[in-house]
Design a protein around this ligand. Structure first.
Ligand SMILES: *Cc1c(COP(=O)(O)O)cnc(C)c1O
Length: 367
């Protein structure tokens, strides 16, 4: 393995018994179970990245004054390892996650990690815990790399000098345990996720902390997810929950897609990027632009907009069936699963699970 660091490997003395693992993998749910190991790598301003370890999964000890606990200097990533039809294990575009973590790091005044080291850490963990990669169709091993400030200091005049990078892994089932079905969404007028000049384009925990009240408001109004509007005019549609949004116009040979442009307040999703490349190759042109809630509602009323879906690593594609706001409410198409959403979903899943060719080189073999 060509690595920028050598990993010190300590295997657990108490691995999860095979029957218990099989029981978990039969119905893993989402983000509840974790594998037997984790990776940690330390950073300090004087030594750079050092002390790379693969070790048993377990609690991390932190000084109570660690900066992350006070000022939320934290970043994360999310991607999946898939067991393909031939039994091999792959991930999907992991260098995109590495590059995105480094762009997030720039915004959060945190150190960048060499992309190769980031991917080596994922590969080592997945190889070690390969028996945790489910073989069931639609299941995967979700990988969560993250990084946070460990410096013991309450002063805020400078970013932390010490950080810990960690990778943990969680077997995950189908995002839609009872079959894929369209979600209802709430237009949040009271809360914003991200403002110009803020951290909306960085994958940082603080964005999520700020979004829970909006999500709770959506649920209180009987909706599944919250739609985030721009912070200035509260009209321009940005994201849904923690997914990017795609609007399908027309049908048949006249189908086209529109997705909100990356203005700096949206998270640049890797699923979004994959759709931008996949759809045109299937004869569906894509435009990155702007859409207001008025245009969304009018487009559905006139039939110009035929489908809308959210896209992200966890759910891949999540069709939106109904939209609700304080003073308006409307349905999309017939409120069911649209053919364009389902086709794009099948294509992407096919590449990830190896049942379709991968002309893009997105699939990254691990084991
Ligand atoms: C992670 C994330 C996405 C989706 O990104 P993917 O790389 O496609 O998983 C979209 N929006 C937000 C806010 C996110 O945190």
């Amino acid at each position: 393995m060509s690595s920028t660091l050598d990993f010190d490997v300590t295997l657990t003395e108490r691995p999860t018994p095979a029957e218990e693992r099989a029981r978990i993998l039969a119905d893993p749910g989402w983000g509840q179970h974790f594998t037997d190991h984790m990776v940690t790598i330390r950073y300090s301003a004087d030594k750079g990245w050092h002390d790379a370890r693969l070790q048993p999964y377990g609690p991390i000890s932190l000084d109570p004054a660690s900066q992350v606990l006070h000022y939320a200097q934290e970043l994360f990533e999310g991607l999946k390892a898939y067991r393909q039809a031939d039994g091999s294990i792959v991930t999907f575009r992991p260098f995109m996650n590495a590059a995105r973590m480094n762009r997030s790091a720039q915004r959060m005044a945190m150190p960048e990690i060499p992309e190769r080291l980031f991917v080596d850490a994922l590969e080592l963990l997945v190889r070690t815990d390969k028996d945790w990669v489910p073989g069931t169709e639609g299941y995967s091993l979700y990988l969560r790399p993250y990084m946070f400030a460990t410096t013991k200091l309450l002063g805020v005049n400078q970013p932390a000098q010490e950080y810990l990078f960690v990778v943990i892994a969680s077997p995950s089932g189908n995002y839609y345990a009872r079959g894929i079905k369209p979600v209802s969404v709430w237009l949040s007028q009271d809360y914003t996720r991200a403002a110009p000049g803020g951290t909306g384009a960085a994958k940082t925990g603080g964005n999520y902390a700020a979004s829970f009240a909006g999500q709770a408001e959506a649920v209180a109004h009987g909706c599944d997810q919250v739609v985030w509007l721009d912070a200035v005019e509260h009209r321009w549609v940005e994201e849904v929950g923690s997914m990017n949004l795609m609007f399908v116009y027309g049908s048949g040979a006249d189908t086209r897609l529109l997705t909100p442009a990356l203005t700096g307040t949206l998270l640049p999703g890797i699923t979004r990027d994959s759709m931008l490349k996949l759809a045109p190759d299937l004869g569906i042109p894509v435009e990155e632009g702007k859409i207001s809630i008025e245009e969304w509602q009018a487009g559905c009323a006139s039939g110009a907009i035929t489908e809308v879906f959210g896209c992200g690593t966890a759910a891949i594609i999540s069709p939106v069936g109904h939209v609700k706001g304080a003073d308006r409410e409307w349905g999309i198409g017939d409120g069911g699963l649209g053919p364009v959403s389902m086709r794009l979903r099948e294509e992407l899943i096919g590449i990830q699970y190896g049942t379709r060719p991968d002309p893009y080189g997105w699939v990254h073999p691990i084991a």
